[in-house]
Write a protein that binds this ligand. Structure first.
Ligand SMILES: Nc1ncnc2c1ncn2[C@@H]1O[C@H](COP(=O)(O)OP(=O)(O)OP(=O)(O)O)[C@@H](O)[C@H]1O
Length: 253
């Protein structure tokens, strides 16, 4: 379990978002983080991933303070899919996935048969087989997004944190991929926590939701959140209405 205790996240002394008490994320859950632009979704994800931007409070993984884990231990617990293109663009797709098996390889980094099997499965299930020899730097934004998600799955961690993982995907790939990730969580006992602006997909597919509004973080099941009718308050607009978590656009013709 990831437990955040009395956290305040932000920059310097400026708190962007906070929660008094314990925020706990159990195993086998598909969880979205929502909020308006600049509300603190990415900042919260970074605080969970590395303690970066954690102004106050503590992050515990399996009841042990995150600061007390070694780098290798950390890389077996949490993988991260961020929005930056922070990797070598000259690596092929397969090589990128191979590197993410590093926590499990021996001291010379030699991949075992099991590692190749995990990589082949990911290439297959994320529809990347035909791209495996392409240099990462030559991929479209949407193709790259699928590669980076596959890379996190190959890392095989208990928790995966993702920042807007479907922002570059077409509507088919968005729906397929989110469904695939939800099933992955439930079938493998893993937890994915992802920031998103895809409210309706989050309402339809997630087990739980973290919402950030006016600096306060809340954590609820999707059904409690939908019943509470908070969406209208979080996203006030005369052109957008929410009915049971379904987004409706209203424009005068
Ligand atoms: N490096 C930084 N230094 C100072 N303030 C920052 C920095 N990065 C982000 N911020 C500010 O922190 C706040 C939260 O930013 P964050 O990126 O976490 O929001 P977000 O909810 O992920 O937004 P979006 O939906 O637009 O991606 C914003 O007001 C932003 O301007």
């Amino acid at each position: 379990m990831i437990r955040l205790e009395n956290i305040q996240v932000g920059y310097g002394h400026c708190v962007v978002a906070a929660f008094d008490g314990d925020l706990a994320f159990a195993k086998a859950k598909f969880i979205s983080i929502i909020g308006t632009n600049g509300s603190g979704k990415s900042t919260l994800l970074r605080a969970m991933a590395s303690g970066q931007h954690l102004i106050n409070g503590n992050v515990f993984i399996e009841n042990k303070n995150w600061n007390d884990y070694t780098a290798v231990e950390r890389s077996k617990f949490i993988s991260v899919v961020l929005t930056e293109r922070s990797f070598s663009h000259f690596l092929s797709v397969r090589e990128l996935l191979e590197l993410s098996r590093a926590p499990y390889t021996n001291y010379i980094g030699k991949l075992a048969a099991e590692d190749h099997e995990v990589i082949n499965e990911a290439l297959e299930s994320f529809d990347l087989k035909q791209l495996e020899n392409r240099k990462a730097g030559t991929l479209s934004d949407g193709q790259l997004q699928r590669v980076l998600i596959a890379r996190a799955i190959v890392q095989d961690t208990e928790y995966i944190l993702m920042d807007e993982p479907t922002s570059h995907l077409d509507i088919n790939h968005k729906a397929d991929l989110l469904l695939q990730l939800r099933d992955y969580c439930h079938e493998h006992g893993k937890t994915i926590i992802y920031a998103t602006h895809e409210i309706q997909l989050a309402m339809s597919l997630c087990d739980e939701i973290v919402s950030i509004h006016k600096g306060s973080i809340a954590h609820e099941t999707i059904s409690d959140f939908v019943k509470s009718n908070k969406l209208q308050e979080i996203f006030p607009s005369k052109h957008v209405a929410f009915e049971n978590g379904i987004v409706q656009f209203k424009f005068d013709s």
